[in-house]
Design a protein around this ligand. Structure first.
Ligand SMILES: Cc1ncc(COP(=O)(O)O)c(C=O)c1O
Length: 395
């Protein structure tokens, strides 16, 4: 029903992903006709139902200050209930200005200069910089590869919780960069360990909307986690609304909630962006068919990507992408570093992918390829990768 083969004018939109100035700052000079598959931002035209809602707001003729009216809470409660099976009370929900900003506020609210936070690596870089910017120490728990999938080393995790007593465990679920969905058993162990060690579980669930394989379990489904859970999410990954800078937290425990709210108020993070709240409500209430079709399209992109690589670029290995639209690719058999592969693809072929080494730690030897784009782009990048990576060294 929706046309995902159509790419909006992303250059005129001034999308960071497509802006030559920003690209060249990150990758050096790139040829004409480059294809950006780096920043986690999708190239699909927004759902028409969302466009209608935003146009209607403009049509009303004014853009004054607004507030979190009931429809916002109702849309979140319905979404979390219908989509993820979680019963959420209105009082648990707090608006904020993006999941990444909220991570910063959470760390400010709960960590003093002597405290530390724990995270699995590799991981989305802002987990690390959010803590670093507050002068908070970071403890890294390396994910382990088992039969090509990441697993959590619970023995090491328990030891780290005991030794360092981190205030927060920043937990990416589903996981960026690998697209791994944590099983219910894993989630339960995470929640139990956090509870036993008095560590707050901060679950970032922004990648929970495109599920390709298996079942996504929101941390909210674990009642036993509710006393020490801060859940952060937004429609920004699922519906590509990052530019609206609107997100929310769900915190069942009143004490934790009050502490974060005080921090948000201290920084005047209170009333929503007028388009942000309208976009969130429209996405959750009216754009579910678009989301499901987008996920199916992405899944086909992934299948094309994985099968092409297996057949024609066998020195690469693609990890199973269970959620989201980011393929995590093992490049170790090329004999090149992640930086070298990223640079050579960018400079020779204009294929722009993320350097795995940018994912805090343990990402060297990988690249991340954004498949939230038109099928033609996926195919064109595959051909470029094949050409560049199959060239004899030195050419
Ligand atoms: C794990 C993770 N959290 C948060 C974000 C950004 O979310 P928001 O747009 O709500 O700040 C991203 C974006 O790539 C992400 O990968």
């Amino acid at each position: 029903m929706y046309n995902f083969d159509e790419c909006p004018d992303r250059v005129r939109e001034r999308a960071r992903k497509w802006d030559r100035k920003i690209i060249e700052k990150n990758f050096g000079k790139v040829p004409e006709g480059f294809i950006p598959m780096w920043i986690a931002d999708m190239d699909f035209k927004m759902p028409p139902e969302l466009e209608q809602a935003l146009r209607a707001a403009i049509g009303r003729g004014a853009l004054g200050y607004t507030y979190c009216y009931d429809e916002f809470y109702e849309a979140v409660m319905r979404w979390q209930g219908d989509r993820h099976g979680a019963t959420v009370e209105k009082e648990w929900i707090t608006l904020s200005y993006g999941t990444v900003s909220t991570l910063h506020y959470v760390i400010q609210a709960f960590c003093g200069p002597e405290d530390c936070v724990l995270m699995n690596t590799p991981v989305y870089e802002p987990f690390d910089s959010a803590a670093r910017r507050q002068g908070v120490k970071r403890i890294y728990n390396s994910l382990q590869l088992r039969e090509g999938r990441y697993t959590i080393n619970f023995t090491a995790l328990k030891a780290q919780l005991e030794q360092y007593k981190p205030q927060l465990y920043l937990f990416c679920s589903p996981h960026n960069p690998s697209g791994r969905i944590w099983s219910f058993e894993e989630m339960k162990t995470v929640a139990r360990l956090c509870r036993e060690h008095d560590t707050i579980l901060v679950a970032d669930e922004v990648h929970g909307e495109h599920i390709h394989q298996g079942k996504f379990h929101s941390a909210l489904m674990l009642k036993e986690a509710h006393s020490n859970l801060i859940l952060l999410t937004s429609p920004n990954k699922g519906f590509n609304l990052g530019g609206l800078k609107t997100s929310y937290s769900i915190i069942p425990d009143e004490k934790l909630r009050t502490r974060l709210r005080q921090k948000l108020e201290q920084n005047s993070v209170t009333s929503p962006n007028v388009f942000g709240i309208i976009g969130l409500i429209a996405a959750y209430d009216r754009c579910r068919p678009w989301l499901d079709e987008a996920a199916a399209y992405i899944r086909e992109n992934y299948e094309l990507f994985a099968s092409y690589i297996a057949a024609k670029i066998p020195q690469l290995q693609v990890m199973e992408m269970e959620a989201s639209y980011l393929a995590w690719v093992d490049i170790r058999r090329t004999g090149l570093s992640s930086g070298e592969v990223t640079r050579v693809l960018a400079s020779r072929a204009g294929a722009l992918v993320e350097n795995g080494a940018h994912f805090v730690r343990d990402g060297e030897g990988y690249i991340r390829v954004n498949l939230g784009t038109q099928r033609d782009n996926v195919l064109a990048v595959l051909k470029k990768m094949e050409e560049v990576l199959n060239q004899p060294p030195g050419r």
